[in-house]
Write a protein that binds this ligand. Structure first.
Ligand SMILES: [Mn+2]
Length: 481
């Protein structure tokens, strides 16, 4: 393809992308299906079940052929001294599960859930919230995650938006009961056109203030609902070109924004953990929270360590050129592993596809990090994952979550087996055992100077370098799967 032609294709793609994104947000017009006999309309009420014919999902074990049953996730079973449900702390993402339409850059919505009436009204938001809680109860998940604007429509003014949010949140509080609560809440600061240059890093002061007001309100409602964490995903906190960007000033603004959030959290007595969710790019060319190491350095520079942890998303990890395991370990060894957005990308696709994690090997590595961290509470596993465009039956919502939960449960079982069997741990221990010596301890304590080490090197001569046992490590890993 010549240069001009490919340029035009890229432009076309970008146009399609914007149109489709807008369509996703505006919840493309859907008509109330005639065969529902008036079940959808003005009222928030819904006669009967949202998911009729789908029972409460139970554990039936690995030999079950029932696709509406867990094969590996057995909530009450104890693994390494902790119930599976307490290791996992699964959460359903409201935006993907109840606002996802299947729209992509090349085409419109494919999913027309029977309870949707094609409006973005408060009544529709409340009906959708009822569907959310029926789903949570049937799938047996105690946590959910939301953005302010997913659960309630944006009004003409900030005041009106807050009133809509209050109305929907009041219903959510009632439906939650005593068992269910948000794993985390957040403010959506990337969809509305006012945020096109960013929110906390916008060049426009009024936008910064508007974003701050939205975070204040989102933090209030997260606290009111008993949320255990609060997330910041800086979708548009970044730049498209450095030529028009004062990067230092934008990063300073971002830090001021976070310091204000910390102060407000303390003021209202919100005990949840604040989390930054790293992502390298998309929608911006470069996002400031590129990866775990970049976010850790940001927190360190601006005196925010101790106030924030990280929400690691597996698909974002691979977009930044790392594995999910790498990002989890980087967060863990810095004391920053706070939550996991459990999803995956497609190895043959270069964008953020947010698929349900179904790779047992990857799940095992993820769970190894979680075990080494002693669990992730008050964080958990949020399914920031969407049904694929082509999965359009209501029961697919259940099947997708079941396979996602089973994959991570299987990962937990394999990782526990690996830890209990001990050969891999022993291989790693042996690999570093020369540092267990007296001189090794001196080095690790920072007490060995170059003169001392030169004396030893001259005395010892050429060191014997043992095998790294790389294939053996992989063999031991595989034997636990
Ligand atoms: Mn993602």
């Amino acid at each position: 393809m010549n240069k001009m032609k490919s340029g035009r294709v890229v432009l076309l793609l970008l146009l399609c992308w914007n149109v489709a994104n807008f369509a996703v947000i505006a919840a493309a017009p859907q008509t109330c299906p005639a065969n529902l006999q008036g079940q959808c309309g003005e009222s928030e009420e819904w006669k009967g079940e949202f998911f009729p014919g789908i029972p409460k999902i139970k554990y039936e074990g690995p030999n079950s052929k029932n696709h509406l049953a867990f094969k590996w996730y057995n909530a009450e079973e104890v693994i390494l001294g902790k119930k599976m449900k307490d290791w996992m702390r699964f959460s359903v993402a409201f935006w993907h599960t109840f606002r996802g339409t299947g729209g992509d850059p090349f085409g419109g919505p494919t999913k027309f859930w029977p309870w949707e009436d094609g409006t973005n009204s408060v009544a529709m938001a409340k009906r959708r919230m009822r569907a959310n809680f029926e789903f949570l109860n049937k799938i047996g998940v105690d946590y959910w995650c939301f953005h302010d604007r997913d659960i309630a429509p944006e009004g003409d003014t900030l005041k009106e938006s807050n009133e809509y949010l209050d109305e929907v949140v009041a219903l959510a509080k009632e439906l939650q009961g005593s068992k269910i609560k948000p794993l985390w809440g957040t403010a959506q600061l990337f969809v509305q056109p006012r945020y096109m240059h960013g929110a906390a890093t916008s060049s426009e002061l009024g936008v910064y203030a508007y974003a701050a007001a939205q975070v204040k309100k989102a933090m209030d409602v997260t606290n009111y609902l008993g949320g255990e964490n609060y997330v910041f995903w800086g979708g548009r906190e970044g730049y498209q070109t450095l030529l028009n960007t004062d990067m230092e000033r934008e990063l300073n603004h971002l830090a001021s924004f976070f310091h204000s959030a910390v102060a407000y959290k303390k003021k209202i007595g919100f005990n949840g953990t604040l989390l930054i969710e790293p992502k390298p790019q998309e929608p911006t060319k470069h996002q400031y929270d590129w990866d775990a190491a970049t976010a850790a350095n940001f927190l360190r520079k601006y005196g925010l360590l101790g106030e924030f942890k990280l929400n690691i998303e597996c698909n974002h990890a691979t977009l930044s050129g790392h594995s999910c395991h790498h990002e989890l370990e980087t967060a863990r060894i810095n004391g920053l592993l706070g939550n996991i957005d459990a999803n995956t990308g497609d190895p043959q696709v270069g964008w953020d596809t947010d698929q349900f994690l179904t790779d047992i090997s990857e799940a095992t590595m993820v769970m190894l990090s979680v075990i080494r961290n002693g669990g992730i509470a008050p964080g958990g596993f949020n399914f920031d994952a969407k049904l694929r465009r082509e999965s359009t039956d209501v029961e697919d919502i259940f099947i997708a979550h079941i396979v996602g939960m089973d994959t991570l449960a299987r990962g937990l079982r394999s990782a526990a087996k690996l830890v209990e069997e001990g050969s891999l741990t022993e291989l790693v221990r042996k690999r570093y055992e020369s540092f267990d010596s007296e001189i090794g301890k001196k080095i690790e304590a920072g007490d060995a100077d170059l003169e001392f080490l030169e004396k030893k090197a001259l005395e010892w001569g050429e060191p014997k370098v043992p095998s790294a046992k790389q294939e053996l490590a992989e063999m031991l890993f595989q034997s636990a799967l």
